[in-house]
Design a binder for this molecule. Structure first.
Ligand code: NAP
Length: 388
């Protein structure tokens, strides 16, 4: 960079060096500086002929550059760069600074965003160690005028936490985002509680502190732009927030909250339920673990570290979860029926020999209807089955 404060009259500047400097200077000059053409860099300047003869002896003194990269009182290039990088940084208030809130905050801070934390418990020391500011009073938090309020509370406490925030202290178009593992519920609460001038983005990172411990590469991130103002600044702010997850390598999946809940009940809720059932069995690692068994042990580890509140939230606040629990029950019963049916048949063979052959039908495993189709057969089919 060229130091104008140290530009001195040129005495011995070689023409080649002068030309190079002139080219470089023209890229770096702020608008209000004289154009480089106005700076004479010639080693033997001739009198300017365009001036009236009376002024020709007041020739402008020639300049040369004596310092490159000197500190500038006003460095326009650096100023523009700073302005650009500031515009891509957000002030994010993480509300609910527990397990998941802290996990996300680390990534935000790593990417240069400012994090304000607020929680029911005091996480002052943790926040400080991560480089976030911790607030014990929501009024103080909101008076920081964060760009984003990120709700990371348990599903079951979300409504009361949201209603306790002093919204009037926020900037009018603050962006509200949630990361709850269910989606229709926070969407409806946001729409009910937040005045229309706040923006709403519902998201669900489909990973946690365990599964995303090493990397977020290719892990799904679901989002639904529920209500975003049309101004460029508001659209850009949402994109900047989503970019955090894109930069970490997440697979970005835009889908409605309702669609998310349908998929999540059939996948995530089942996964957590199986993990919790297996946890109750207190499985131990053995010297002869198969790959399949290792998968089960990992599943227990992944799901058992989540709070029961989280699991309960998946059940209570996703209307599709109850059906999945019933399906699991039916599937287990059907499996037992098939097993015991085989056993029963073998016993009868032993007891009655060949005379029974062909007289007894082995019960088949009743396959459940596919996800999303009713569990009970249509009325006509039920009656027909009864008559058989
Ligand atoms: P969680 O048990 O679901 O939530 C814990 C958070 O909720 C803590 O910040 C806690 O605050 C706050 N909280 C609980 N009860 C509260 C109450 N009555 N009043 C105020 N705050 C209360 O565990 P989590 O794993 O940290 O999950 C947080 C959110 O992220 C949940 O909505 C979850 O569905 C979602 N999520 C979690 C994961 C994951 O893998 N863990 C993944 C994706 C999404 P204090 O700590 O201050 O008590």
């Amino acid at each position: 960079m060229v130091s104008f404060s140290s530009i001195q009259p040129a005495a011995a500047q070689p023409p080649a060096a002068a030309a190079t400097t002139s080219t470089r200077t023209s890229h770096l000059l702020p608008h209000h500086h004289p154009h480089p053409d106005q700076l004479s860099l010639s080693s033997s300047p001739s009198p300017p002929t365009h001036l009236p003869p009376s002024r020709r002896h007041h020739r402008r003194r020639p300049y040369c550059v004596r310092a490159i990269d000197a500190a500038q009182p006003y460095d326009y290039e650096a100023y523009l760069f700073n302005r650009f990088s500031q515009s891509s940084k957000l002030k994010i208030a993480v509300v609910g600074f527990g397990n998941f809130g802290q996990f996300l905050a680390k990534a935000f801070i790593r990417q240069g965003h400012t994090v304000f934390a607020y929680s029911r418990s005091n996480y002052h020391a943790v926040a400080q160690s991560l480089g976030a500011a911790f607030f014990t009073d929501p009024h103080d938090l909101c008076e920081q005028h964060p760009d984003v309020i990120l709700i990371c509370t348990s599903v079951i406490s979300t409504e009361s936490v949201l209603r306790s925030l002093p919204l009037q202290r926020l900037r009018r178009n603050t962006l509200f985002v949630d990361v709850l593992s269910v989606k229709e519920f926070p969407k409806n609460i946001f729409l009910q509680v937040l005045p229309h001038h706040f923006d709403i983005l519902c998201t669900h990172p489909m990973f946690g502190p365990e599964s995303g411990k090493v990397t977020w590469q290719n892990l799904p991130f679901v989002f639904d732009k529920v209500r975003i103002g049309i101004e460029d600044s508001r659209v850009n702010r949402v994109e900047t927030f989503l970019d955090i997850f894109k930069k970490e390598g997440c697979t970005m999946v835009e889908m409605s909250c309702a669609e998310h809940d349908r998929y999540a009940a059939g996948s995530q809720f089942i996964t957590h339920t199986m993990g919790r059932i297996l946890e109750k069995l207190q499985l131990d690692s053995t010297p002869i673990n198969t790959k399949g068994y290792e998968t089960l042990l990992n599943l227990v580890e992944n799901t058992a570290s989540d709070s029961f509140d989280l699991y309960y939230g998946l059940f209570m606040y996703n209307k599709n979860a109850m059906e999945q629990l019933e399906r699991l029950d039916l599937a287990f019963e059907a499996l037992k029926t098939e097993l015991f049916g085989h056993l029963h048949e073998a016993l009868r063979k032993q007891l009655f020999g060949k005379s029974e052959e062909g007289g007894h039908r082995r019960p088949m495993l009743a396959k459940l209807p596919k996800n999303g189709t009713p569990l009970l057969p249509p009325q006509s089919e039920a009656v027909a089955n009864k008559n058989n």
